[in-house]
Design a protein around this ligand. Structure first.
Ligand code: GLA
Length: 400
């Protein structure tokens, strides 16, 4: 069972009057390189980081589910066989969406009480929503054990003498990631790729995940000796409301015109030869995705060769491509990258995640991290009038 912060246990006890029986947690993620490439069957370098969604829960017998979150005042209560959205509690949609998918796959569960506590900043592009989805699927598995397969469920796993459920087999982990993504696609309505859910489940401490979204395989490469700093612009991104689905449509339209299944199968030459056939926005999006996949390939090579200077250059280039071609940056993110670049300790910086607000990820020489964080905080405030507290992140194990 996961080691949890006291907050989630206290929240459960305060709200439900007793201690919780089961606990899980799922980490947030940082997209290190590879912006909007996942749903194009491309490549992404990703990290699970030490900010979590934690859930403490106990079963209940009346068939109701009651959720309380430390981020919202009102609890959300509904029947365990119900999947209705409540516009007053959109945060609960991620939980309900996962429950809906579990039900569709034949997982049997009844009522439960759950307290949710998060340390992942919301709307910062660190995947608090995917972590909530993953934590929900895991807490249901803790409360009502089941084995998930590609197509449904298999006989449940047994707890060991320490009352622990066995770790996932590789294929089951992927099935969990897909289930959580389906919750987001179908219940919440964001046509996101699998990046966030895979990252939250497959992460490994001190390692970068190299994810191939065509084969859905994950390789791990060590990454140490550098500080990872997140600077949150404070501009709330909202994929739900957002332009995200629009970008995806542009990429799909470009692939169709180029005559390939996805942009993974296209290259720069093919794009240049067909420029006249493509609508300007579709061309720009395709240009970003095709060049970004190449940057990930080169970036992975640089990381394996321990060349962080070179890797950082790919990060800067990635940001420029997101800004100029994909057009999912905002002036505050551009400013954060500009300020970071001017700092002598900064190796690379770029926007991370969906974009349209959210945060930047920065690689910084260890011994200069403290100075970098102080400089970024004061300069960002000077330039925008907004306070910003950079976050130092550690790479951690995923939830699976
Ligand atoms: C969001 C989505 C991911 C991915 C990134 C951009 O985080 O949920 O699937 O597309 O944006 O790379």
């Amino acid at each position: 069972m996961a080691i949890l912060s006291p907050e989630v246990q206290t929240l459960f006890k305060r709200h439900f009057g007793v201690s919780a029986a089961r606990f899980v947690r799922a980490p947030g993620r940082l997209e290190l390189l590879g912006n909007h490439t996942d749903y194009n069957e491309g490549l992404v370098l990703s990290l699970a980081v030490d900010r979590y969604i934690e859930i403490a829960a106990s079963p209940r017998t009346d068939g109701k589910i009651e959720l309380i979150s430390s981020a919202f005042t009102e609890p959300e209560i509904f029947w365990s066989n119900e999947s209705k959205r409540n516009t007053a509690a959109p945060w609960a949609d991620y939980v309900k969406g996962v429950l809906d998918q579990l039900r569709k796959r034949g997982v049997n569960f009844s009522g439960f009480n759950a307290a949710i506590h998060g340390t992942i900043p919301m709307g910062a592009g660190m995947s608090s929503s995917a972590a909530l989805e993953v934590a929900t699927a895991l807490i249901v598995r803790e409360l009502f054990p089941f084995t998930l397969t590609e197509t449904g469920v298999a006989p449940p796993p047994k707890r060991d003498k320490q009352d622990k459920l066995p770790a996932f087999a590789k294929a089951e982990k992927l099935a969990f990631a897909k289930l959580c993504r389906a919750a987001e696609n179908q219940f919440v309505g964001v046509q996101s790729g699998l990046l966030d859910q895979i990252s939250s489940l497959y992460g490994k401490a001190w390692h970068v995940m190299e994810i191939d979204f065509r084969s859905l395989s994950v390789e791990l490469a060590p990454m140490a000796g550098v500080a990872i700093v997140v600077c949150n612009s404070g501009v709330k991104h909202s994929l739900v409301a957002g332009h995200y689905n629009e970008l995806r449509e542009q990429c799909e339209a470009a692939a169709k015109t180029l005559g390939v299944k996805t942009l993974r199968s296209a290259d720069a030459k093919m794009l240049a030869a067909n420029k006249a056939k493509l609508a300007p926005r579709a061309y720009e999006c395709a240009h970003h995705v095709i060049s970004e996949i190449q940057r990930v390939i080169r970036g992975a090579q640089a990381l394996r060769a321990d060349d962080l200077q070179q890797f950082g250059q790919y990060m800067f280039q990635s940001h420029e491509s997101s800004r100029d071609f994909l057009k999912n940056s905002v002036p505050e993110l551009d400013l954060l990258v500009e300020l970071a670049r001017a700092h002598p300790g900064c190796l690379g910086a770029r926007l991370t995640g969906g974009g349209f607000g959210g945060a930047t990820i920065n690689l910084v020489a260890h011994h200069q991290a403290e100075d970098f964080m102080a400089a970024m905080a004061s300069q960002y405030e000077q330039r925008t009038g907004h306070k910003m507290q950079p976050l130092l992140c550690q790479i951690v194990d995923g939830a699976g």
